[in-house]
Design a binder for this molecule. Structure first.
Ligand code: PEP
Ligand code: MN
Length: 343
């Protein structure tokens, strides 16, 4: 349930509500806006009271405006609980800010220092804000490249220093959360790990911003529940990433679900990033799908860029050459402007 306090409610009133909820066994989350304070109660009553009775008790308090039952299986990430958009500050870059579209770009995988730096310099010169690069690579095939691990994290950190760009990189394994947090500005949770609940729980105990990719066969509701795992543990710096879902189509690697971009905006306050590279699997389609995502309201894009896609160890077919990335930046600028945003 969600309890909306009246604008006259005092700090003592809030403490009282919090204590009452805790006595019933609820977890408490606060959303303090300028005008109103919203109290989110998570869990079920641990005493004899039914949920309806507890709701009535709260509604009886003079400083409570409204008590709303939440029928959705997520609360903390829902728009009901937090009507204002979440804005995540990553080294001064405001992800989710209504007027701004963030661009993350770089290679799929950190291969060598030369390859990483060539890609990083190119995306920086074209105007990207954040550098991507995988150090730990999830793979459907056990025989393909799995990333260089910590040495690759070190190369990313060096690129951050040199180019003054925050870095996003995937954390694959619950045992690596502390290590990856010590390098990354944003953790990425890949599609194959969206439902790795121990990993989500562990990330929820940190305060490192995290981009949670949608499971390739996950519904929007399952994806938001996965985000709830992280946010309800205390890490509210969550952004979502639509990276395409499995359909019967085989021409493209996945199917970009533009519905999901609009639906997330309707259901949640979390920023939504689009990944047209993995959604299409084809470099030739990335530009058009990026424009569609921005037009639909995406708060950012994450794009794979490689100096020599034909030599890439992973995802070469979907990786843009630096020139194509530059063109993409030019092409999305008027689309962003048309929807009241800038890059
Ligand atoms: C990636 O970003 O390179 C990646 C592996 O993405 P996904 O988890 O969406 O497949
Ligand atoms: Mn990739």
């Amino acid at each position: 349930m969600i309890i909306i306090l009246s604008s006259a409610a005092t700090k003592e009133n809030l403490t009282h509500v919090t204590q009452m909820l805790q006595e019933h066994g609820y977890g408490v989350h606060l959303s303090e806006g300028v005008e109103t304070t919203i109290v989110g109660a998570v869990g079920v009553p641990n005493d004899a009271a039914s949920k309806a009775e507890v709701m009535e008790q709260f509604a009886a308090l003079p400083y409570v405006d409204k008590v709303i039952p939440v029928t959705k299986p997520y609360k903390v990430v829902s728009k009901q609980f937090h009507p204002e958009p979440t804005i995540i500050n990553v080294r001064g870059i405001l992800i989710g800010a209504p007027g701004f579209v963030v661009m993350m770009a770089g290679p799929c995988t950190v291969e060598t220092e030369e390859q990483l730096m060539a890609s990083a310099r190119a995306v920086k010169a074209a105007g990207a804000h954040i550098l991507r690069g995988g150090a730990y690579k999830p793979s459907t095939s056990p025989y393909s490249f799995h990333g260089h691990g910590e040495p690759a994290l070190k190369m990313l950190a060096q690129a951050r220093e040199e180019l003054d760009m925050p870095i996003i990189t995937e954390v694959l394994d619950v045992r690596d959360v502390d290590l990856v947090c010590s390098y990354a500005d944003i953790l990425q949770v890949g599609t194959r790990n969206m439902a790795n609940f121990p990993l989500l729980t562990e990330i929820g105990k940190t305060q490192t911003p995290v981009m949670l990719k949608r499971g390739m066969a996950a519904t929007i509701e399952e994806w938001l529940q996965a985000a709830e795992y992280i946010a309800s543990r205390g890490n509210k710096n969550v952004m979502l990433c639509e990276r395409g879902i499995r359909t019967f189509e085989t021409y493209t690697r996945n199917t970009f679900d533009v519905n999901a971009v609009a639906a997330v905006k309707e259901l949640s306050h979390l920023p939504i990033i689009a990944d047209p590279s993995h959604a299409t699997g084809r470099a030739s389609l990335v530009n058009a799908v990026s424009r569609a995502a921005v037009a639909a309201g995406a708060d950012g894009l994450i794009i794979e860029v490689h100096p020599n896609p034909e030599k890439a160890l992973k995802d070469g077919a979907q990786s843009l050459l630096p020139e194509a990335f530059e063109k993409l930046m030019r092409d999305i600028t008027p689309i962003a402007q048309a929807v009241g945003r800038h890059l």
